[in-house]
Design a protein around this ligand. Structure first.
Ligand SMILES: Cc1cc2nc3c(=O)[nH]c(=O)nc-3n(C[C@H](O)[C@H](O)[C@H](O)COP(=O)(O)O)c2cc1C
Length: 365
């Protein structure tokens, strides 16, 4: 498979953007180095090794020294007042440390840079099979996108990489930016919702036959693994739960010219019975308001057990655009897996041949 360093870097840059991010992203300028698994711009079949350097690490060499002795709390930047809403306390208890720094650096969503880079390879694979993946911002706090904003897939694909919010409507972007500014003014954070969309998938990826092969379950787990994502919704799943069955589903039609089944609506979000149904896959992720706040939340010191305020770290106000980009990567990784399961092949050409044959089979159905 061809690999483009520029395409990976583009995704990394997209992940760093969006309105509402904090200081860390001003320090980093993520770029990938390809260490192995690729020769003359093509994968070899061996694992692809990608390196992204943390430029900020230069400021942390003493505090994160793998070899030296503990230099004392100040220099080690020890964290003893765990932040509520983070891995700090549970991780410190689980691993028996009184310095939550051991936990929080690994728990940080900084690692989603690596997922984004790996996801760029999955995206390239899917693109070669005619599948496009994109995302949009559905809500920031109480500022929500208009109901039809996700209908024009091409408009979403065409959004500039540096868009402050991923919405094609300037009024929506403005309202969402205002929601971020409002939270900042109150020294608070704010939550949000993003949607990932994938177009061009054949029906029948995943399976109804085993719980662990259900595509919605696998995509759900992939999205829930993103830090601060507390809920996932397939299609209009959350909205339809409050209504009746007549408005919840997508009638089935047939187009004899194209020789394909048609759906006039896509409330199911492209997945029925744990399988793609040939429509656009739509997944929403709900982000909790971030737990690191300029005005810290109440906590207890791990060593003294005294009530105190949580330690304060540099923080975003809401990384909603970035979370959408990471979710694109996670979705692409799961979809690439499910394509390979369905089609097999040791080369891109073989997989494509399998896909073409499957599309033909569907037309002759
Ligand atoms: C792209 C991205 C950036 C994030 N940046 C921050 C941040 O700057 N400050 C913060 O407190 N949490 C941030 N988070 C969320 C935390 O990493 C997450 O809430 C924390 O690890 C607690 O884990 P949990 O919410 O998944 O249970 C970010 C999440 C994502 C996806």
């Amino acid at each position: 498979m061809p690999v483009s360093r520029a395409a990976i870097n583009r995704e990394l840059k997209r992940r760093m953007g969006g309105y509402g991010r904090g200081g860390r992203m001003k320090i980093e300028a993520d770029e990938v180095e390809i260490l192995g698994g690729v020769r003359f711009g093509k994968t070899l079949g061996s694992p692809v090794a990608l390196l992204i350097r943390n430029l900020d690490f230069a400021n942390w060499i003493g505090a994160m020294d793998p070899h030296g002795a503990h230099p004392g709390d100040a220099l080690a930047r020890t964290i003893t007042r765990p932040r509520p809403g983070h891995a700090d306390l549970a991780g410190a208890l689980k691993y028996g440390t009184h310095d939550a720094r051991d936990i929080l650096e690994r728990a940080s969503a900084r690692e989603t840079a690596a997922r984004t880079a790996a996801g760029a390879l999955a995206k390239a694979f899917l693109t070669a099979l005619g599948v496009a993946v994109t995302s949009r911002t559905v809500a920031v706090g109480r500022s929500t996108a208009a109901p039809d904003e996700g209908d024009d897939f091409d408009a979403l694909l065409a959004l500039p990489d540096d868009a402050p919010m991923r919405s094609p409507r300037p009024a929506t972007v403005e309202a969402m930016i205002a929601a971020v500014d409002d939270a900042r003014r109150r020294a608070d954070s704010v939550g949000g919702c993003f949607e990932v969309l994938a177009r061009g998938l054949p029906p029948g990826l995943g399976s109804h036959a085993h719980w662990d092969r259900r595509l919605d379950a696998r995509l759900g787990a992939a999205l829930l693994s993103i830090q601060a994502v507390k809920g996932v919704c397939i299609g209009d799943g959350l909205e339809v739960a409050g209504g009746g069955g007549r408005e919840a589903h997508d009638p089935i039609g047939y187009d004899p010219t194209a020789r394909r089944f048609t759906r006039p609506s896509n409330r199911a979000g492209g997945i029925e019975g744990g399988m793609t149904n040939g429509e656009i896959v739509r997944l929403r992720g709900y982000l909790k308001p971030l737990a690191t706040l300029p005005r810290a939340l109440p906590s207890v010191d791990l060593t003294t057990k005294a009530l105190s305020e949580a330690d304060v770290e540099r923080t975003d106000t809401v990384p909603i655009v970035a979370a959408g980009v990471v979710a694109e990567a996670m979705t692409a990784l799961v979809l690439a897996d499910s394509m390979l399961e369905k089609l097999g092949g040791d080369s891109l050409r073989e997989t494509r041949t399998g896909l073409d044959a499957y599309w033909r089979t569907l037309r002759d159905y």
